[in-house]
Design a binder for this molecule. Structure first.
Ligand code: NAI
Ligand code: ZN
Length: 373
C-alpha cells in the first residue's frame, strides 16, 4: 500500500497571480497527526478558485487551489478516529471541530478552526506538497486540483459510498452554500417572492432552495441573459437583466411585484449588487442575504435608511450548515431524489483540461464544470 509513503502524482499548480494552471508532477507527503490523505475523484470549478488566481481572494503562492470535490481516503494520520481508508468523503473549506464555543452553539457554523485552516499550511506550519523541490501551499484546507491531497480530519465529511462523484462534488461548495442560504439563513417562507442576483452554480442552488421552501415567485437577476434558461429550468419563475432597464433594478422589481419581494440574495460578489439586492427587498419586512464573496479589504458605503426602515441584512458561510454533521444528510437527500443537480453541471472535462474549464467560467458559458480524474 501507499500508506506512510510519499505519493508522486499530477496536480494543477498556480505559480503566481494571473498565471495559467500548470499541470506538474508533485510529491504529496503522508498525512501527519489528525490529517488524512485523499485521492480525488471529481472536483468542480468555482468562482472562488478564480478569485485566488486574480488576487480577489488572498492565497500563498505557489498554490494548489480547488475546494469542491469528492474523493476516497487513501490513508490516515495518527489520532484520526472518525475516518478510515476507503471512505468516500468531501473535503471541507469550513471545518467543524465539534468542541469550540461556536461548534457548541446550535445556530453557528463558524468553527474556531476556520480562521486557521485558510493559512495555506497544515497544523505544523508546513505544507504536504512539493514540486521541483519547492513547497507548494494549500488553499482553504482543501486543495482539490490534484490527484492526491492532504487535509485536516476536522474538515472532512464522510458521505454515502454510492454517491456519484461528478455530482456529489457540488456539496463541497455550490449546492450546499446556495441551498443553505435559502433554507437556513433566509428561512424562505411558503408563498413568498424571492429575487436571486447572480445565476451561477451558487445562485441556481439558491433558486432550488427557494423552490423547495415553497416560494411562489422566484426572480432571477443576471447581466448575462444566457443564464436565464438554466435558472428557469431549476425553478425561477421569471428573469430580469438589469441592463435592459434604465431605472435601478430595485425599482424594476418593485413594479413587477407590487412591492412584495420578501427575500433577496446577492450571489455575484459585486459591492454594488450587494446594495442593489438590499434595496430590492421590502423596506420594512424584507431580508437580503450576502452570499457572494466581497473582494478582500473592500469597503462599502450605504444609506443607513436601507436598514433603519426595517430590512434585515445577513450573510452566511457555507449556507449555515454544520458540515461534518449535515453534509452526509444532504447527500442522502440527494440520493433519495429530493433535489436534482443535473442542470448545475454543464461540463465534465478530464482534469488535464482545467484551463479550458476556467475559460468557460470566465466567458460565462458554464454553470459548473466538473473535472474528473
Ligand atoms: P459564477 O461566476 O458562476 O456566477 C456569478 C453570476 O453573476 C454570473 O452568471 C454573472 O453573469 C453574474 N453577475 C456578475 N455581475 C453581475 C451584476 N452586476 N449583476 C447581476 N449579475 C451579475 O459564480 P459562482 O461560482 O456561482 O459564485 C458566486 C459567488 O458566490 C462568488 O462571489 C463566490 O466567490 C461566492 N461564494 C460564496 C460562498 C460562501 O460561503 N458565502 C461559497 C461559494 C461561493
Ligand atoms: Zn466555492
Amino acid at each position: 500500500s501507499s500508506a506512510g509513503k510519499v505519493i508522486k502524482c499530477k496536480a494543477a499548480v498556480l505559480w503566481g497571480l494571473e498565471q495559467p494552471f500548470s499541470i506538474e508532477e508533485i510529491e504529496v507527503a503522508p498525512p501527519k497527526a489528525h490529517e488524512v490523505r485523499i485521492k480525488i475523484l471529481a472536483t468542480g470549478i468555482c468562482r472562488t478558485d478564480n478569485n485566488a488566481t486574480t488576487g480577489v481572494m488572498p492565497a500563498k503562492f505557489p498554490v494548489i487551489v480547488g475546494h469542491e470535490a469528492v474523493g476516497i481516503v487513501e490513508s490516515i494520520g495518527e489520532g484520526v478516529t472518525s475516518l478510515k481508508p476507503g471512505d468516500k468523503v468531501i473535503p471541507l473549506c469550513v471545518p467543524q471541530c465539534g468542541i469550540c464555543s461556536n461548534c457548541l452553539k446550535p445556530d453557528s457554523n463558524y468553527c474556531d478552526m476556520l480562521d486557521i485552516v485558510g493559512k495555506g499550511v497544515l497544523s505544523d506550519g508546513t505544507s504536504r506538497f512539493t514540486c521541483k523541490g519547492k513547497p507548494v501551499y494549500h488553499y482553504m484546507n482543501t486543495s482539490t486540483f490534484t490527484e492526491y491531497t492532504v487535509v485536516r480530519d476536522v474538515a472532512v465529511a464522510k458521505i454515502d459510498a454510492a454517491a456519484p462523484p461528478e455530482k456529489a462534488c457540488l456539496f463541497g461548495c455550490a449546492f450546499t452554500t446556495g441551498y443553505g442560504a435559502a433554507i437556513n439563513t433566509a428561512k424562505v417562507t411558503p408563498g413568498s417572492t424571492c429575487a436571486v442576483f447572480g445565476l451561477g452554480g451558487v445562485g441556481l442552488s439558491v433558486i432550488i432552495g427557494c423552490k423547495i421552501a415553497g416560494a411562489s415567485r422566484i426572480i432571477g437577476v443576471d447581466i448575462n441573459p444566457r443564464k436565464f434558461e438554466k435558472a428557469k429550468a431549476v425553478g425561477a419563475t421569471e428573469c430580469v437583466n438589469p441592463k435592459d432597464h434604465t431605472k435601478p433594478i430595485s425599482e424594476v422589481l418593485k413594479e413587477m411585484t407590487g412591492d412584495s419581494v420578501r427575500y433577496t440574495f446577492e450571489v455575484t460578489g459585486n459591492l454594488d449588487t450587494m446594495i442593489d439586492a438590499l434595496a430590492s427587498c421590502h423596506k420594512n419586512c424584507g431580508m437580503s442575504v450576502v452570499v457572494g464573496d466581497p473582494p478582500a479589504s473592500s469597503v462599502l458605503t450605504f444609506d443607513p435608511m436601507l436598514v433603519f426602515d426595517g430590512r434585515t441584512w445577513k450573510g452566511c458561510i457555507f449556507g449555515g450548515w454544520k458540515p461534518v454533521n449535515d453534509l452526509p444528510k444532504l447527500v442522502s437527500d440527494f440520493m433519495a431524489k429530493k433535489f436534482n443537480l443535473d442542470e448545475l453541471v454543464t461540463h465534465i472535462l478530464p482534469f488535464d483540461k482545467i484551463e479550458e474549464g476556467f475559460n468557460l467560467l470566465k466567458k460565462g458559458e458554464s454553470i459548473r464544470t466538473v473535472l474528473t480524474f
